[in-house]
Every structure is written in structure tokens, then in C-alpha cells.
Design a protein around this ligand. Structure first.
Ligand SMILES: *Cc1c(COP(=O)(O)O)cnc(C)c1O
Length: 220
């Protein structure tokens, strides 16, 4: 299948899931996760009309996106992977959305770098809904306090919550939890759902789904 055909397929499935849930299809955005895939593969999706992309490493994105942006000024780039504080400056300069804000030290560093750069990428707080020890993200018990600190102390533009459910669990439980936490914090956006479960996420209220494999094929 061509990149354009894969994109059309995913968009069709997103629309069907939104219709089933009685939601407006335009309320959920597709973030095409291009990590590990070369610029040529990304260019094919851009030609097919895709504009929003997600990368999980700052350095890899720096190697691919500046050149693509020269040709397409309207690209929107999301950081979806863990961010080290020593990469915060580069991340603020390059990304339009930071989906993995998950600890006070990072929030503080991002605030300083945003002030310095005069550029304020929208932030999602990543939540470890499954409370997995090896996984990044704020624990459910700490969300309200952390979101309040990000907003009130660091003045970060926090727009929503993001999660990656444990592989062995029913994702719908985690998506519902994330939606509940976001509503409690007054946050409108929910980044949840990947290739295997984006339709479930849309039924649970996702406003951004992050789809890699189903758009680009398997990662090498
Ligand atoms: C890689 C990745 C995805 C995309 O996963 P696929 O299963 O390939 O769709 C989504 N979110 C995050 C945080 C990722 O790291």
C-alpha cells in the first residue's frame, strides 16, 4: 500500500470511530509518528496531505525536520518521547508541542528555556496510568498537584494529558482514566491511542492519536 493509501485508510477509520461515538471527526487530530523513518518516507506523507508529526528523540528530529520545514512551513512537530533537561533548549526551539512533561525539574527547565527563546510550545503532562516502575509519566496520585505547579508556578501552556497504557491491559480502562483526570484538572486535550488502539481511544475522547506503524510500516 502507498503512503497515501495508508493515510486514507487511517483517516477513514478515525472518522468511523468518531461517528460511532457521536463525536466530530475534526475534534481528533492524527499525529503521524515518524521515529526511525527517513525524511523521504515523511515527505511522501506530507505530499499526501499530512502535516502533524511526532518524534521521540530530539536529535533524530533535528536531523530530519529543519529541511522538511523549509519546503513546508506549516508542519507541526510533537515530541512524544522522554525529554532530558539538557535537551530542553533544543526541544523548545524545534517542537510545537511537548507531550512528555512529567517532572518538576523538567517543568522548571522548560519554563526558563521558553522565556529565553520567547517561544512557548504547548505542553501535555504525561501520566503513568498503569503505575509501571520502568515507565515515564506522573503517577495518578500526583497529577493534580503537578498540573497546578506547571500552570501556576512555571506558567507552562499545559493543554492536556498523555498516556501509554501497559501492553497487557485493556487500553480502554486507561483511556477512561486519563479522560477523568483531564476533566478534573480542566484540561481539554487527550493524547492517547496508537496503531493498535487508536479507534478505541477516539471512542474514549482522544483529541490526538499517535500512529506510527499503521502509517509507515514496521520500524527497522
Ligand atoms: C512509537 C510511539 C507511538 C507509535 O506507536 P505505533 O504502535 O507504531 O503506532 C506512539 N506513541 C509513543 C509515545 C511512541 O513512542
Amino acid at each position: 500500500m502507498s503512503a497515501a493509501a495508508r493515510l486514507a485508510d487511517i483517516r477513514g477509520r478515525m472518522e468511523a470511530a468518531a461517528a460511532e461515538a457521536g463525536r466530530d471527526a475534526a475534534a481528533c487530530r492524527l499525529v503521524a509518528v515518524s521515529k526511525t523513518h527517513p525524511a523521504e518516507a515523511i515527505a511522501k506523507l506530507i505530499e499526501a496531505g499530512q502535516r502533524v508529526f511526532g518524534e521521540n528523540r530530539v536529535q533524530e528530529a533535528e536531523g530530519k525536520f529543519p529541511a522538511l520545514r523549509e519546503r513546508h512551513a506549516d508542519l507541526e512537530l510533537h515530541l512524544i518521547g522522554p525529554l532530558q533537561t539538557n535537551k530542553a533548549r533544543e526541544a523548545v526551539a524545534l517542537f510545537d508541542v511537548l507531550q512528555s512533561v512529567d517532572r518538576p525539574k523538567l517543568a522548571e527547565t522548560l519554563a526558563k528555556e521558553m522565556d529565553r527563546a520567547g517561544r512557548r510550545p504547548a505542553c501535555f503532562v504525561q501520566v503513568n496510568t498503569g503505575e509501571e516502575p520502568q515507565k515515564a509519566g506522573v503517577l495518578p496520585a500526583d497529577i493534580d498537584r503537578f498540573v497546578a505547579e506547571c500552570r501556576d508556578v512555571w506558567r507552562l501552556p499545559v493543554v492536556g494529558l498523555m498516556c501509554i497504557p501497559p501492553v497487557e491491559d485493556d487500553p480502554a480502562l486507561h483511556f477512561a482514566l486519563l479522560a477523568k483526570f483531564a476533566a478534573r484538572s480542566g484540561l481539554a486535550r487527550l493524547s492517547m491511542g496508537m496503531s493498535a488502539d487508536f479507534d478505541i481511544a477516539i471512542r474514549c475522547g482522544a483529541t490526538e492519536v499517535r500512529v506510527g506503524t499503521a502509517l509507515f510500516g514496521a520500524r527497522g
